[in-house]
Design a protein around this ligand. Structure first.
Ligand code: URA
Length: 424
């Protein structure tokens, strides 16, 4: 006999451990429309306060995966490995990493989402390339993985579809920031995507979803365990997201910067993080290659061009920042003590690079170029950031938002490390 929804809610509310059968039933019944939205909301809130133990979380995630299809990538001639970032400002690493790791011999199925709020989305960035399309069929994904080795495309609606309903509900019930709910949401989609191995870039700091190190570490450990439980070799790398990554923040601006890195140049921090994550991805698949050499010898860039062209994009198209621009100047001489990633991310969003609601359009050329980093010595009147927007109104909004994002002091500053711990 099926349990009554209210009994499952009360059990969790009282801190009791739910059985796999109860979790299976509750989520399936919700998916079928037999458990009401208010009952699911109540269970989410109970989970928010009481948590889920390892077995509960396994069952919860397995049920989310089973709500849709699971891509079968087992027939490919290359080992598959993906990367997921919990989201940061200026985080264009996927654009570089997928072709780089393909150039090293793996297949990278990067099934991605769009940006919301102050962190940008990989698909929005690539859509600034004329002709490039994000929607591929499963057969096209498989074919491109076999021929090019890298796909960055929209995650199909068939992967863990219950996550969309649950996420929308969490968004309006104050239950987003729950480690088991975040972990199951991210990992159900990644496991359903069919990747054999996964590297998680779990960001910590002002511009990240998690500002507290201990919570970010707990999230990383929870996702690693879920990956392992589902047969996906998973490694997590905790990384610093106090300062934006690289110089560019905004869609076309980030594509331009990614191409610089793919051609062996670009900002040192973007290259450092890309190479570090690529090494973990190769380790997870057992491939012995040097990703830094693939950036320098042109093979990563060749893979990028093939990946863009395979999805209808013109890799030779010139991308431009938006027409209106303004600089923010240093009010005095000093040492840069911080460049607040969140403030820069929100400014890029207000300039038009991001969206507040899923349906909003984004500007390709809007964004911010951060010309200084913590530790840099600046003179009075020196440009600190450049803002780009399509019109004066957006430019004004960005200018207001970015005020105070770069702070100056008088003492020398040692920049914080980019890479923290790795967990597996
Ligand atoms: N990203 C997801 O996909 N799900 C979450 O719950 C949080 C971030």
């Amino acid at each position: 006999m099926s349990p009554a929804a209210v009994d499952v809610i009360i059990a969790k509310r009282e801190g009791r451990t739910l059985t796999t059968a109860e979790i299976d039933w509750f989520l399936s019944a919700y998916d079928r429309g037999e458990v009401a939205e208010e009952q699911m909301s109540a269970l989410l809130m109970a989970v928010f306060f009481r948590g889920l133990d390892g077995a509960e979380l396994r069952a919860w995630t397995a049920r989310m995966i089973a709500s849709g299809e699971r891509l079968d990538l087992s027939g490919l001639s290359r080992p598959t490995v993906d990367k997921h970032s919990t989201g940061g400002v200026g985080d264009k690493i996927s654009l570089i990493l997928a072709p780089l790791v393909a150039a090293c011999g793996a297949a990278v199925p990067q099934l991605s989402g769009r940006g919301l709020g102050h962190t940008g989305g990989t698909l929005d960035k690539l859509e600034s390339i004329p002709g490039w399309r994000a929607q591929l069929t499963n057969d096209e994904v498989r074919h491109q993985l076999e021929t090019v080795g890298a796909v960055v495309c929209a995650a199909g609606a068939g992967l863990a579809p219950i996550d969309r309903k649950l996420y929308a509900l969490r968004d309006v019930t104050g239950t987003v920031e729950s480690i088991p709910l975040i972990s199951s949401s991210i990992m159900s989609k990644k496991i359903a995507e069919g990747t054999g191995a996964l590297v998680l870039d779990v960001k910590v700091g002002r511009g990240a979803f998690m500002t507290d190190y201990a919570r970010a570490r707990e999230l990383a450990a929870t996702m690693v365990a879920l990956g392992r439980d589902h047969g996906v070799r998973t490694i997590a790398q905790l990384t610093n997201m106090d300062t934006p990554l690289g110089v560019a923040v905004g869609n076309a601006l980030e594509v331009i910067e990614s191409v610089d890195v793919l051609r062996g140049g670009g900002p040192a921090d973007v290259r450092e993080l890309t190479v570090a994550l690529a090494r973990l991805m190769l380790e997870a698949t057992g491939i012995d290659d040097d990703p830094a050499a693939r950036l320098d010898d042109g093979s990563a860039y060749a893979a990028y061009r093939a990946m863009i062209a395979a999805q209808g994009g013109d890799p030779d198209a010139e991308l431009h920042p938006a027409a209106q621009c303004t600089e923010v100047l240093a009010e005095r001489a000093g040492v840069v003590t911080s460049v607040d990633a969140r403030a820069v991310g929100v400014a890029a969003w207000r300039l038009g690079a991001g969206r507040a609601r899923k349906e909003d359009a984004v500007s390709a050329g809007a964004g911010v170029r951060c010309l200084v980093r913590p530790g840099d010595v600046v003179a009075a009147g020196q440009p600190l950031v450049v803002l780009y927007a399509d019109d004066a109104a957006h430019l004004g909004e960005g200018r207001t938002t970015i005020a105070g994002a770069v702070t100056l002091g008088d003492e020398a500053v040692t920049p914080a490390p980019l890479l923290y711990e790795r967990l597996e």
